[in-house]
Design a binder for this molecule. Structure first.
Ligand SMILES: [Zn+2]
Length: 439
């Protein structure tokens, strides 16, 4: 089934299906965080109610619409589903409303510790869902040399435009001071940039959003993505082998992820464009030798990284370098150091045209992370793994579809992050239910 079909079916979920999915999902446990909060006023509603409310708002697109639906029968429907799920009863005559939501949201999201706690619990529950679906399992399929998609996480950023159009004379409530001009591959957009990290299997509805975060300032997306990747990896452990990211990672970012998490990074190298011409990134690595024959003769080759892939280079008669052989990644090795960091090495195999034999040599991507890739774009595994990229785009599209007029439902990044959390809960709970029902 293609993305378009999946997306259409995703949107066609009825309110009844969403209410059932949410009340029967493990995400209702997030409500415990509301109970733990001793600063808050005496609560009238059980903890699961604000969780389900903020997810339902994303299904219906706006809080106004949700409040109207709750007043018109949805509250009774929600209580019946909660009763079926064995959740704590809520007052029948007192529907949860936007001002309740706003109170809890601001209490949690304006406090750095409470916000971090909520987002961490969200990730823990999402990881549990992923593992139940056979994703990110420590003894799952694949290896470091040939990562399997089920042990891959992937991420992308998405820019949420503010509720009101920017005008210099916009002040007070109509202004969103947290917005800025962010630049992504889709252009310059005024808003807030959020990064989502996900995993998915081969089947429809198998995607699970694992972590969400906000980019604090323009140009900071890679740093935010790395923090989220590290966070997810720390909670998920050895079940993850690789990470695909659709965005501007540079050599230093690759190196940091490899060193701190031991994950294989799958990311397209920057393409340099000069005028109308795409410039192939070529970087000389130096002379590498192997021995041949009974007398251990030494044979030398000049190696270079071309678009992340290793090539044997010879200088032609007119003085220009030419690729005479491409290397194949033979094996990737990963070592853990005493300080907890990781170091990758790989064996690459080349064919020697002087002696008509294969020879192997060791390279480390840490020596030149900008040019030496564990999984370059021309590798046989690359396309299969990087194929998650359009999936990240479809996730962004379904997030945008949960908004009215493609604009943020709230003002201020902390509140918007709560909206993104609501979307994550809605998305994961619905997928979990649909996975179970098609099995
Ligand atoms: Zn040779």
């Amino acid at each position: 089934m293609g993305y378009a079909d999946r997306f259409r079916r995703q949107r066609s979920a009825t309110v009844g299906e969403v209410v059932y999915s949410l009340t029967h999902s493990p995400y209702t446990a997030l409500g415990d965080l509301y109970l733990e909060d001793r600063l808050g006023r005496r609560r009238r509603h059980p903890g699961w109610v604000p969780v389900v409310y903020c997810a339902l708002a994303r299904h219906l697109g706006s809080y106004n619409r949700l409040d109207a639906e709750l007043a018109d029968g949805l509250w009774a429907q929600l209580l019946a589903a909660a009763d079926d799920a064995g959740l704590e009863p809520a007052p029948r005559s007192e529907p949860f409303r936007y001002y309740h939501h706003a109170y809890w949201r601001d209490l949690i999201m304006s406090d750095d510790t409470a916000r971090h706690h909520l987002l961490t619990r969200l990730t823990e529950i999402a990881l549990e869902q992923a593992r139940r679906q056979g994703l990110l399992l420590p003894h799952g399929p694949g290896s470091i040399t040939h990562p399997h998609r089920r042990r891959l996480i992937y991420g992308d950023g998405t820019i949420l435009r503010p509720r009101f159009r920017y005008r210099p004379d916009n002040t007070g409530a109509r202004n969103d001071p947290s917005a800025a001009t962010h630049t992504r591959h889709d252009g310059h957009i005024w808003g807030n940039n959020y990064v989502l990290i996900s995993a998915r299997g081969e089947h429809p509805y198998s995607r699970v959003v694992l972590a969400i975060g906000r980019v604090p300032e323009p140009g900071g997306e890679a740093a935010t993505a790395i923090e989220l990747i590290q966070h997810v990896h720390q909670l998920a452990g050895p079940g993850i082998v690789g990470v695909a990211y659709d965005g501007a990672f540079q050599g230093a970012h690759h190196d940091k992820i490899m060193r701190t998490t031991g994950l294989v990074v799958i990311n397209k190298p920057h393409v340099a464009v000069r005028g109308d011409e795409v410039v192939v990134k070529r970087h000389t690595l130096g002379t590498y030798t192997h021995t041949v024959g009974r007398h251990n003769q030494t044979c030398s080759h000049q190696l270079a990284a071309v678009n992340g892939r290793i090539a044997d280079i010879e200088i032609t008669e007119d003085g220009t370098p030419a690729v005479v052989a491409w290397a194949n990644r033979h094996q990737v090795k990963r070592a853990r150091r005493a300080d907890g960091t990781y170091r990758f090495n790989m064996v690459i195999r080349l064919t020697c045209r002087h002696h008509n034999c294969d020879w192997d040599t060791w390279l480390s991507p840490h020596d030149d992370p900008e040019h030496i890739r564990l999984l370059p774009p021309d590798d046989i595994d690359f396309d299969r793994l990087y194929a998650v990229r359009p999936d990240a785009e479809s996730l962004n599209a379904s997030f945008k579809a949960s908004l009215v007029a493609d604009r943020a439902p709230s003002i201020g990044w902390q509140r918007q992050l709560y909206d993104v959390a609501g979307f994550t809960i809605l998305h994961n709970a619905t997928n979990l239910h649909r996975q179970a029902s098609i099995r």
